[in-house]
Design a protein around this ligand. Structure first.
Ligand code: FAD
Ligand code: NAD
Length: 447
């Protein structure tokens, strides 16, 4: 059981790295404790975006009156559940992905891996040795807060929410971040009475305050109860429903409780101390080539640089090139794009205004509302959104694009922040009429 490289975890980045390294002729072992493909295809991005596609279709249908005639929309969760089971996850069976990986020449080892020394990994008592090194790509798990009573209840994590065959009658969503906002809106659009309980004073607290205000307004208009600044005190389950007691406010009762309060990586269980890394840290520190220690690389959620599939794939590419000795650019994080697929979508890149000011930058900002743009006015129903630009030193340091296709409009802003294109040069560009992205031009003019 000796290999050139051992990859721990086969999420999007680990699977990609293991496959490419094996195809390049290295002897590779890929260790996986659950399903090859990781969180994204089975319990994350893909099935959740199928749910969102379905929920958005319902809402578009409901927007017909006044614009195109009459409509009656009858939600049927069974169709969503079936699509997730059949098209996305194969009934949570990873045989196709496992065959794809082994077909590239990697050896798949099933089980939970622990690093037990430099170049040494133990899986269920079996010792694997790596001549060149170890790639840690073990992702993250839901972080369940220490709220009294919670652990004794049958609460949901994203796994249960994605696997459910039925939209519940009522749902408490604990945590108003990306998962809570996306899944809360989905279930609400399928008829579930949803209450989102967020500990900080706004939804999507990592985004611009204008994005939080927009999503709160939309959620409340759709009938979602939003409780912010809400500190959960105790949770109980009486056999049929959950009760969440909240400080400074009435308790919330619902059939289901989804815990969406962030993610964590258990570095102690992974044994990273055996290669000299801090087991009490929240994430693994790396250099620009994703090297964490001699003969150790890390990528994906476990690096704490943004829990996104695109980050995991981006870092995997650097790891593969570094191991193969190919030319490679050091990882950069000044233009990390992220999209929360609520309706409206919240896309953002780089620094928020507050982050830019914290860094001591001399900041200028501008904001254009989508309903005030020509395309937004034409669109009418479901046209909420805005483009906000954060400029410093003559370039964009960050931007937010919220709107019907906010995530797509984000692409040009990501390019601008990534390539540090001067604002003056962006002003010289031609913007197609009447697109949503013309709101970027209006905001640039205001800047
Ligand atoms: C509901 C939801 C929606 C999301 N939507 C999006 C989205 O729209 N866009 C986006 O970019 N990101 C999204 N994400 C985040 C995305 O899924 C993750 O960032 C991505 O999957 C991380 O990839 P990774 O390679 O770090 O590892 P993961 O996908 O977390 O996979 C890690 C793998 O390692 C395995 N593993 C862990 N420990 C061990 C061990 N000791 N031994 C062996 N194997 C181990 C696990 O079983 C797992 O299969 C979403 C996440 C969730 C939960
Ligand atoms: N579209 C996407 O790209 C997408 C979608 C879903 C998830 N993700 C990734 O998955 C990660 C995890 O998602 P998430 O929503 O669990 O985490 P998150 O960090 O985005 O949000 C967690 C939220 O829970 C709140 N919270 C924490 N403890 C709480 C408590 N005790 N009571 C009430 N609120 C509490 C936090 O203030 C925060 O707003 C995200 O950070 C994101 O990187 C990405």
């Amino acid at each position: 059981m000796e290999f050139d490289i051992i990859v721990l975890g086969t999420g999007p980045g680990g699977e990609d790295a293991a496959g490419r390294l094996a195809e390049a002729g290295l002897q590779v072992a890929a260790v996986e404790a659950a399903l090859v493909g990781g969180e994204c295809p089975y319990w994350g991005c893909i099935p959740s975006k199928m749910m969102i596609r379905a929920a958005d279709l319902l809402t578009e249908g409901r927007r017909v009156p006044g614009l195109a005639g009459d409509s009656t929309v009858s939600p049927d969760w069974a169709q969503v559940a079936e699509r997730i089971r059949k098209e996305a996850t194969d009934g949570w069976n990873d045989q196709v992905a496992a065959d794809r990986l082994t077909g590239k020449g990697a050896r798949l080892v099933r089980g939970a891996a622990k690093i037990t020394g430099p170049g040494e990994v133990t899986v269920d008592g079996q010792v694997l040795r790596a001549r060149r090194g170890i790639v840690v790509a073990t992702g993250s798990q839901p972080a369940v807060p220490p709220i009294e009573g919670l652990r004794e209840t049958p609460y949901w994590t994203n796994h249960h929410a994605i696997e459910t065959e039925k939209a519940p009658e009522s749902l408490i969503v604990l945590g108003g971040g990306a998962i809570g906002a996306e899944l809360g809106q989905v279930f609400s659009r399928f008829g579930t009475a949803v209450t989102v309980v967020e500990g900080t004073n706004r939804l999507l607290p990592l985004e611009e305050p204008e994005a939080s205000a927009l999503i709160t307004e939309v959620f409340e208009a759709e009938g979602i109860q939003v409780r912010t600044g809400a500190r959960a005190r105790r949770v109980s389950h009486d056999g049929s429903a959950f009760t969440l007691e909240v400080e400074d406010g009435p308790a919330v009762r619902a059939e289901r409780l989804l815990v969406a309060t962030g993610r964590r990586s258990d570095l102690r269980a992974l044994g990273v101390g055996a290669v000299g890394l801090d087991e009490s840290a929240r994430s693994i520190e790396t250099d620009g080539r994703m090297r964490a220690a001699e003969g150790v690389w890390a990528l994906g959620d476990v690096t704490g640089k943004g829990a996104f599939t695109h980050m995991s794939m981006y870092q995997a590419d650097i790891v593969v090139r570094d191991i193969l000795g190919e030319p490679v650019h050091d990882a950069e994080y000044h233009a990390v794009p992220r999209v929360t697929f609520t309706d409206p979508e919240i896309g953002s890149v780089g620094l928020s205004e507050a982050q830019a000011r914290e860094q001591g930058l001399e900041v200028r900002t501008a904001l254009t509302r989508i309903p005030d743009s020509t395309r937004g006015w034409i669109h009418r129903a479901g046209n909420e959104g805005f483009v906000k630009l954060v400029a410093a030193d003559g370039v964009l340091a960050g931007a937010t694009s919220a709107g019907p296709v906010g995530g797509e409009v984000l692409s040009m802003l990501t390019l601008a922040v990534h390539a540090r294109i001067p604002v003056r040069r962006l002003r010289e560009m031609i913007y197609a009429y009447p697109t949503f992205h013309r709101a970027v031009e209006a905001a640039l003019k205001e800047l």
